[in-house]
Design a protein around this ligand. Structure first.
Ligand SMILES: *Cc1c(COP(=O)(O)O)cnc(C)c1O
Ligand code: SF4
Length: 349
């Protein structure tokens, strides 16, 4: 079950003025919070970092000039409504626009929650034909929306069609179900994925705060990992949610301990109505440097921006190179994370 209106939500939380004055606009994702997630929110804390991710406020109604509905230019890179081919070797397939719970920071709000529903047979066949004629594509992100809103048999069918067109296609299952509604993850669901054994699957989660790693969520992810499907996490750096090194250190270590590799930490995209979530780059990079000092290589995510106008992903880290290639000596000078200076010299011949 879930809560889908401010009226219902008022029974659970004491809503603030900012929350009560939210207006649903053409680009807003619907209000929908699962009971599981709602139970994790502290009703007495208006600044609860979980509340901030799912309860809309009037700040969402403000658009900053630099923002756009589609900053990653997914639409011009799309083939049909559902297939985004932005990088040569991989595609994203938007299996559905529906999610069990909507994140206020959703970057794909041009598409998410429009209630168009699952991809049609034609969308699936068109995407499969595209895979067949583009052998350079080795990976597919099954995303949306949340693809696990589809039934096991719908997913089984869809994956069967894609793997028939491209048997060695690696499929990433991009979902927030382990966080929003962990009981969706069943032995049957995992067995269905496993039955498509011609290529691997990866589970891509989006844990943004350590409190989202509940016992149930951990068990849901463990079912995939135990079945040989590795789990990777893509967090979004969000103001008022996780924009400090202590929270992210705790999150990344807890993820790693539960066999979920911290993969990306995304800078918020410049999507309409999300300015209040974005963290200034300088602050983001300071947090990244601090995390690099504290975390193991395995626990460290790559802080990354997906550049506007479809520029693609670039790593965001302060440079450790002080002086690049000194032509005479063939040497490069670096600063160490602790503030020292070191030099690497290229081979003489
Ligand atoms: C981010 C993204 C990918 C995957 O990129 P990786 O760096 O391989 O994780 C693929 N397609 C689209 C459209 C993306 O936005
Ligand atoms: S789960 Fe993903 S697609 Fe759905 S609202 Fe959240 S960020 Fe958007």
């Amino acid at each position: 079950m879930s809560v889908t209106s401010l009226k219902q939500l008022e029974k659970h939380l004491n809503l603030t003025q900012d929350e009560l004055s939210w207006k649903e606009g053409p680009l807003s994702v619907p209000l929908c919070i699962t009971d599981h997630y709602l139970s994790l929110i502290d009703p007495d804390d208006p600044d609860d970092p979980l509340r901030r991710q799912v309860v809309p406020t009037c700040h969402e109604n403000m658009t900053d000039d630099a923002e756009s509905p589609d900053p990653l230019q997914e639409v011009p890179h799309s083939h049909g409504e559902r297939l985004v081919h932005r990088y040569r070797s991989r595609v994203a397939f938007l299996a559905t626009d529906i999610c069990p719970m909507y994140c206020r920071h959703c970057f794909r709000r041009r598409f998410t929650g429009n209630m168009m529903g699952p991809a049609t047979e034609r969308d699936i066949n068109d995407a499969a034909a595209y895979l067949g004629s583009h052998p350079e594509i080795s990976e597919m992100l099954l995303t949306g929306g949340d693809p696990l809103t589809l039934s096991d048999s719908q997913l089984d069918h869809m994956i069967g069609v894609f793997r028939k067109a491209s048997p060695r296609l690696i499929i990433r299952i991009c979902t927030r179900y382990p966080i929003s509604q962990p009981d969706r993850i069943t032995e049957d669901l995992v067995a269905m994925f496993k039955s498509h054994s011609s290529a691997p699957f990866y589970l891509m989660t989006q844990f943004n705060h350590p409190r989202e790693l509940t016992e149930k969520s951990i068990r849901a992810v463990a079912m995939f990992v135990d079945a040989g499907i590795p789990a990777m996490n893509q967090s979004v750096l969000l103001r008022g949610v996780n924009d400090n090194a202590d929270t992210l250190e705790e999150l990344c270590n807890a993820l790693l301990f539960n066999r979920i590799k911290p993969y990306y930490l995304f800078q918020g995209d410049m999507v309409s109505g999300t300015a209040y979530f974005r963290v200034p780059l300088r602050k983001g990079m300071e947090i990244e440097q601090e995390l690099r000092r504290r975390l193991s290589g395995l626990a460290m995510p790559s802080y990354t921006a997906d550049l506007p106008d479809g520029g693609g992903k670039v790593p965001l880290c302060g440079s450790y190179i002080i002086k690049s290639e000194d032509k005479e000596k063939g040497s490069w000078t670096f600063r160490t994370p602790d503030g020292g200076i070191r030099t690497i010299t290229d081979p003489q011949s």
